[in-house]
Design a protein around this ligand. Structure first.
Ligand SMILES: [Zn+2]
Ligand SMILES: [Zn+2]
Length: 273
């Protein structure tokens, strides 16, 4: 029988390989039971470590791809840690998930910082990670960027509890959007007794068309729209809308991290009035 073993992915490592790991895409990696035990608290039983030398005939199978497994194993060495700026973002996101899943404590914080770096580019993935593993700041940072997420897709990506957090968060903004549409602002009489004005109509239509994502950036967007109102009366009228919109947001939009705590504690009454 050709018992085949695999080298450890850390070139300068001279520890004996007594575990062989197989990735989801059928790549093999040699590693060390002692490292798995020291650097991880939840690795598939290091006790499964076959006798030395480990063989590819009896690997520990992981659900992560080879790219991710390699980085994961390199994180579990008392060596210089791998470069995490170069890997593709998808690999990094999967690595961040893996270090949480296998409780590789020494790598969690650096992965969190990289997820922070990716938050604006991959808000949904980072949101899913933050809500699952309890990173409230990252959760609040990404939540406003996830509002266009298709609900069915979100449901597939999040656990039922975390999906509830997302739905409640989005519901707050939907409520603001609905209430904004039904706000009635007294018209301002223009010079000559005219009540209607194109400037107002344009401003109002653009405000209502901001969409959920636009509403989350309402401070900047409102100022932009206001800057385009070239009629003094309508400008005044538009100004009165700002505190009203702000009040709606304060009333209906709760930070995602707050909703997360409420949902987890089973006290959803605080989430919705
Ligand atoms: Zn090694
Ligand atoms: Zn006007």
């Amino acid at each position: 029988m050709g018992m085949k073993t695999e080298p450890c992915p850390v070139p300068e490592c001279d520890l004996p390989v007594d575990v062989v790991i197989k990735s989801s895409d059928d790549k093999f990696f040699g590693t060390h039971a002692v490292n798995l035990a020291v650097f991880s608290h939840a690795f598939p039983p290091a006790s499964l470590a076959s006798s030395y030398p480990a063989s590819t005939d009896d690997p520990v199978c992981l659900t992560e791809t080879g790219d991710v497994v390699e980085l994961l194993l390199r994180c579990m060495h008392n060596q210089r840690q791998p470069d995490l700026l170069s890997p593709r973002s998808k690999v990094l996101i999967a690595l961040a998930e893996a270090v949480e899943k296998y409780l590789v404590y020494p790598a969690m914080e650096i992965c969190r910082l990289h997820m922070n770096r990716l938050a604006d580019i991959y808000p949904k993935e980072v949101f899913a990670y933050a809500v699952k593993h309890g990173y409230p700041e990252l959760l609040d940072q990404t939540a406003p960027l996830t509002l266009t997420w298709d609900a069915k897709e979100a449901c597939e990506e999040l656990s039922p509890t975390n999906f509830a957090v997302w739905v409640l968060y989005r519901e707050g903004w939907l409520r603001v959007q609905r209430e904004l549409r039904s706000l009635k602002l007294p018209a301002i009489e223009h010079k000559g007794g005219r009540m209607e004005c194109d400037h107002w109509d344009r401003f109002h239509a653009q405000l209502l068309n901001l969409g959920l994502q636009g509403l989350t950036k309402w401070h900047a967007r409102f100022s932009d729209l206001l800057g385009d109102v070239r009629c003094g009366w309508c400008y005044q009228r538009a100004l009165t809308l700002r505190p009203m919109l702000e009040a709606l947001i304060t009333e209906y939009v709760k930070p995602a991290s707050e909703l997360e705590r409420s949902v987890r504690s089973g006290d959803v009454t605080q989430c919705v009035e």
